[in-house]
Write a protein that binds this ligand. Structure first.
Ligand SMILES: [Zn+2]
Length: 98
C-alpha cells in the first residue's frame, strides 16, 4: 500500500517584483493556486498513479506543483504530480493539462 501523507496546501510567496509579475492567470483564477504536499492528486485528466520501476507497486503521492502564470503555464493550466516509493527511494512525475 502506498503511504498516505496528510494534505498540506502550499502558498506561493514571491520575494521579488519580477516573481510577483509572472504569477497568475488573466482568465483562470483558480489555476496557479493548487500547489500542495500530500492528500490526493487533483487530477486534471484520469488517474495516472505510476508503479515503482524497482518493486512494481503503486507509488505514494508526494505532492503537486501547479502552473505559475500565463507566461509559464504547463500547456493549458497544467499540473506536475510528484510520486515516491518510500521503500525504494524511486521517484516519478506525471504532467497533465486541459
Ligand atoms: Zn519501490
Amino acid at each position: 500500500m502506498p503511504q498516505e501523507i496528510p494534505e498540506i496546501p502550499l502558498v506561493m510567496a514571491p520575494q521579488t517584483a519580477e516573481a510577483r509579475a509572472i504569477i497568475g492567470f488573466r482568465w483562470n483564477k483558480s489555476a496557479g493556486k493548487r500547489h500542495k504536499l500530500g492528500g490526493s492528486p487533483d487530477w486534471i485528466q484520469n488517474d495516472k498513479t505510476p508503479d515503482c520501476l524497482s518493486c512494481f507497486t503503486a507509488m505514494s503521492f508526494y505532492g503537486q506543483l501547479d502552473c505559475i502564470g500565463d507566461k509559464i503555464a504547463l500547456g493549458d493550466c497544467g499540473m506536475i504530480y510528484v510520486f515516491i516509493c518510500f521503500d525504494c527511494g524511486e521517484t516519478n512525475t506525471v504532467v497533465q493539462c486541459h
